[in-house]
Each structure stands twice: as C-alpha cells, then as structure tokens.
Design a protein around this ligand. Structure first.
Ligand code: HEC
Ligand code: HEC
Ligand code: HEC
Ligand code: HEC
Length: 453
C-alpha cells in the first residue's frame, strides 16, 4: 500500500514536470497569434455527431457557440472595434485580440480579422469543445486576456480519467475544473491597463471562492448522464449549459427585493419614506458582471393611488462621489463611437434610456477624454462601482411628499428591478436587434399605505 502510493506520487510529479517543460515552448495571449493551424483543432460537429451528442446539443444553444456569429458581437467587432483599431494606434491590438476569446481557433491560426459570419468560415465555430479541452494552463499569475496555453492534439483534458476513448487519449486536468480556467477569457484588461471585465476576480474576492464553489457549480451543474452516448452512466456529469445573461431564467431572481414604508397611514401633503432592500442571492460575482459597459440594471418605484393614478418616485440621492452616473438622467454619452463611425463631431446618444430618477446599479467606463463609453477597449478609467456584490445587500430610499390631489384610500407602492443586456439608445443607433435590449424583470415587491382625506 505504502510503496504503491510512493510510485503514484513519483508518476504524478513526473507528469507535472514534463507538462511544465512542454509549456515553456507554448505561447499564450497576444504572442500565441498565428502559432497554430485550423486543422489541428477538431470541429465541434465531429465531437458531437456520434459520441458527445448531449453536450453538443447543449453547446449549440449556449453562447460559447455564438461568440463570433451573434448579431451584437458581429456589429461591435466590425462596425466599431475594427475601424477604431485601424485609426487609433493605442487600440490597434484589438483587431486581432477580440478573437482570442470570441473566435480563439481563428486567432491561434492567425486568421484575423476572420471572414464575416455570413461567409461561414471556421471562425463561426467560436469557443469549441476542442479549444477548451486542449487548454493546459495559463501564463503569469492572473488569468486574463486569453493567456491560456492551447496544446491541440490527441490528448483531451477533462475532469476524470478511467476510460479510454477510441478516438483520443483522456488525461485528467486539475485546470479545467478551476475558476482560473474560466478567468482566462472572463477577465479582460483594456489596452490602457484597466480591468474592463473581471468576473473571475469578483468571484475570487467574494464568498463563493472562499467556500470552494467554482463557476462550474452554477453554470455547469452536475447531473446524471453520460460523457459519451456509448459510455457508462455517471451520477455527476457536468452539464454544458453555460447559461448567463442570455437566459432570462438565469437573470430572474438574481436579486431579491423588499420595500417598506416608514409609516402605515398618512394624508396628502405629508412625506412618506419608502425603503427598498436589495439582496444578491444568486450570482457568484457582482451583478451585473462581465460586459458591464453594455448592461443596465435599474430600480423603478411607482405609487398608485386608490383611483389608479400613478406617481413615479425618484430615488433619494446618497451623496457619494460619482453618484450622478447611478441615477438615470437626460444626458448624452458614448461620443467616442464617432471615431469608428467616421463622425468626429458625433454628439452621442442618450446615456441611460430608462426613466429619469431611477437608481442604476452600474460601474461607468470612461474613454481617454473622460466620457462614458460602451467600448471597453477604449476605457482609460472606471467610475464608482455601484453594482451589487455577491451575497451583498444595497438599501435605497424614496421620499414621497404626497400631492394634495392624491385620492384617499389604499395606495400601493411597487418596486421593480429591471435588467437589459444593452443600453437601448446605443442599440438603436447601431441597429442591434431588439432581443438584446428586451427588459427582463429581475424581481419585484410592493407595499401598501393608507391615505386619509
Ligand atoms: C476561450 C475563452 C473562454 C473560456 C475558456 C470560457 N469562456 Fe465563457 N464565454 C466566452 C465568450 C467569448 C463568451 C461570450 C459569448 C457572446 O459573445 O455572447 C462567453 C460566454 C459565457 C457565458 C454566457 C454569458 C451570457 O451572456 O449569456 C457564460 C455563463 C460563460 N461564458 C461561463 C463560462 C465558464 C463558467 C467558463 C469556465 C468553465 C467559461 N465560460 C470559459 C469565452 C470563454
Ligand atoms: C468553455 C469551455 C468548454 C467548452 C466549449 C466545452 N467544454 Fe466540455 N468541459 C469543460 C469543463 C470546464 C469541464 C469539466 C468541469 C468539471 O468537471 O469541473 C468539461 C467536461 C467535459 C466532459 C466530461 C464530463 C464529466 O463530467 O466527466 C466531456 C466529455 C466534455 N466536457 C465534452 C465536451 C464536448 C463534446 C464539447 C463540445 C460539444 C465541450 N465539452 C465543450 C469546458 C468546456
Ligand atoms: C453561485 C452561483 C454562481 C457562481 C459561483 C458563478 N456565477 Fe456566473 N452567474 C450566476 C447568475 C445567477 C448569473 C445571472 C446574473 C448575472 O448576470 O450576474 C450569472 C451570470 C454570469 C455571466 C453572464 C454575465 C453577462 O452579463 O454576460 C457570466 C459570463 C458568468 N456568470 C460567468 C461566471 C464565471 C466565469 C464564474 C466563476 C469565476 C461564475 N460565473 C460564477 C451565478 C453564478
Ligand atoms: C479576454 C477575453 C475577451 C476579449 C479579449 C474580448 N471579449 Fe468580448 N466578451 C468576452 C466574454 C467572456 C463575454 C461574455 C460574457 C460577459 O459579458 O462577460 C464577452 C461579451 C461580448 C459582447 C456582448 C455579447 C452580448 O450579446 O451581450 C460583445 C459585443 C463583445 N464581447 C465584443 C468584443 C469585442 C468587439 C472585443 C474586442 C474589442 C472583445 N469582445 C474582446 C470575452 C472577451
């Protein structure tokens, strides 16, 4: 028993050392551009047609398979990022770099910018089975900006061994089950050195990392199933769901909220203060996370009197620095899109596109001129981080001086937390299809007060 363990230890150490030796020659991040060829990577259809049929069907429906062809990705890359990169040397690297995460095999093959999605090239495969399952580690100490090591070949890495596939060798990877694996693409630094995507870093400093709950537990839940259609059944197969912002069910319920008044009964002319408590009970990172420059989460509060007349309640300002970006206003922003759109005098579009006075849970991104931007690659600084941390709670108040014409009787006050994947005025300008700006209700709650004559 003892000696067997010793042998095992030697074998394990041997593998690690050999792996590290190999890694020394493998390039990562920007340096990996053009170091591989397309035919070194199997097509997802090949993996999915006869063996991994369930995983393939799941992957077809999730965003990793859409990361290059999805309409908003195509629009942002070809209408904004590529033209911007060609005009501004400071951001020239994104012409290739966007693909390191969105069309990684094209990036590794040096085929950038890849052909447009309608040309149906291999770029359309986006983030594939063979790309993820041949990643062996990452360079430096923080995973970000596609600094993964891609080592395509006959060895496929997965969470467990024990079975040999007729198609390929299976090796156990400790890296794939780690959050750092996801972080190689889910953390991003702009060319100005600013963290413009930090889902893994947010997770790392939050409660879930401390409890050993990786990304996979929420985005690849374990369930009964088979690794391959002919293989044996396991009770705990990682489902390839990767549901996130594009799954309304995932968004719904992320934050729970409750609203209460400071008094139950009042009369016209008096002031009532409503307090809303919002608790991020479901996300393992901040909400919103990822493409924070695009996403918008806003709290809308409305009172309805006994005769059905509706009053919109603006949030009470708290007075912290940068708060003006967290309360909806009637102002223009995003002027830096004018660079790519060949319109140097571009005035911008509405910043928020949601009712003025609503609280917005966001972190604004600023371009080198200090203007708010949705172009994360053109981000030189960040504003106040007023998102809701994992298991964090925020409290907002709404002071309402009841107008004299308010109807006596029951007054209902409803708080609704809304979410949209992309600020609407930006989507309208760039002609992004409406499903990207659809309003999803995250949660709602209401309370009642009595109004006397
Ligand atoms: C090779 C890069 C890469 C790796 C590795 C990677 N992702 Fe992604 N992921 C992406 C890209 C790019 C998208 C964006 C797709 C799009 O364009 O909307 C994405 C999208 C997602 C989404 C969907 C977001 C939405 O908007 O609905 C989830 C969830 C997700 N990834 C989770 C994970 C998890 C968990 C891991 C680790 C197990 C992981 N990813 C590893 C690149 C990667
Ligand atoms: C974004 C990266 C990513 C993509 C794309 C991806 N996988 Fe996976 N896959 C993973 C990770 C991570 C695990 C292991 C997670 C764990 O066990 O913690 C995994 C696990 C597996 C397993 C083993 C499951 C188990 O529980 O033993 C198989 C088989 C597999 N994937 C096949 C595929 C196939 C086939 C495709 C394409 C249709 C695919 N994967 C696409 C990341 C990916
Ligand atoms: C405790 C469960 C949980 C954990 C752990 C978790 N997530 Fe999430 N994730 C969610 C929920 C819920 C959402 C939907 C709400 C949102 O967008 O934050 C989400 C959303 C996302 C999105 C979509 C964001 C967007 O706007 O496109 C991505 C990408 C993502 N998660 C990646 C990750 C990665 C990477 C990790 C690990 C570093 C991780 N998640 C850990 C629950 C979790
Ligand atoms: C370090 C990896 C990485 C790089 C580099 C990167 N992205 Fe992404 N991108 C992601 C991930 C991961 C997501 C999806 C999840 C999220 O929102 O975090 C995403 C989401 C997006 C979305 C939103 C998709 C949607 O439907 O909501 C767009 C658009 C996009 N990226 C365009 C670009 C462009 C253009 C570039 C180059 C300037 C770029 N990305 C560079 C990883 C990357």
């Amino acid at each position: 028993m003892r000696s067997a363990r010793k042998v095992l230890a030697v074998v394990v150490i041997g593998t690690v050392v050999a792996g590290a030796g190999l890694l020394a020659q493998v390039k990562a991040g920007d340096a990996a551009h053009g170091t591989r060829q397309y035919d070194q990577y199997k097509k997802p259809k090949f993996c999915g047609t006869s063996c991994h049929t369930d995983f393939y069907r799941q992957w077809r429906q999730e965003m990793h398979s859409q990361a290059y062809v999805h309409h908003w990705d195509e629009i942002e890359y070809f209408k904004l990022a590529v033209p911007h990169a060609e005009k501004d040397p400071a951001v020239a690297g994104v012409r290739d770099g966007c693909n390191g995460c969105h069309a990684p095999v094209s990036f590794l093959a040096g085929d950038t910018p890849p052909p447009r999605p309608e040309e149906n090239s291999r770029a359309n495969e986006a983030v594939t089975c063979d790309l993820c399952h041949t990643i062996t580690g990452f360079e430096s100490d923080t995973p970000h900006n596609f600094n993964y090591y891609s080592e395509p070949g006959n060895v496929k890495y997965g969470p467990r061994g024990g079975v040999t596939s007729p198609e390929h060798v299976i090796e156990v990877s400790k890296f794939l089950p780690s959050a750092e694996f996801c972080g190689t693409c889910h953390n991003e630094k702009s060319p100005y050195g600013v963290w413009v995507k930090s889902t893994h870093l947010e997770w790392k400093e939050g409660p879930y990392a401390a409890e050993g709950v990786p990304c996979h537990d929420c985005h690849m839940p374990r369930a009964e199933g088979r690794r391959a259609s002919m293989g044996k059944a396991y009770p705990d197969i990682r489902q390839h769901l990767f549901h996130g912002a594009h799954d309304n069910g995932k968004i719904r319920g992320t934050v729970e909220l409750r609203i209460h008044p400071d008094i139950d009964e009042t009369e016209p002319g008096e002031k009532v203060v409503f307090t809303v408590v919002l608790f991020n009970q479901k996300a393992g990172h901040k909400f919103p996370t990822g493409s924070v420059e695009d996403r918008i989460v806003w709290l809308h509060v409305e009172a309805t009197d006994a005769q059905g007349k509706v009053y919109h309640l603006p949030v009470d300002p708290k007075g912290f620095e940068g708060e003006e970006y967290t309360i909806a206003r009637d102002v223009l922003a995003y002027q830096d899109m004018g660079i790519a759109l060949n319109d140097p005098g571009f005035q911008g579009v509405q910043r928020d596109g949601v009712p003025v006075g609503d609280r917005i849970f966001r972190m604004p991104y600023f371009d080198p001129q200090g203007r708010m931007t949705i172009q994360q690659w053109n981000t030189k600084s960040l504003g106040v981080d007023y998102r809701i941390p994992p298991r964090g709670t925020r409290v907002e108040t709404f002071s309402f001086s009841l107008p004299f014409e308010v109807a006596p009787g029951r007054m209902t006050v409803e708080a609704t937390l809304n979410y949209s994947k992309l600020v609407k005025p930006v989507a309208e300008l760039l002609e992004v299809p409406p499903d990207e700006t659809e309003t999803v209700v995250v949660n709602e709650h209401s309370t009642v007060i009595n109004v006397f004559d």
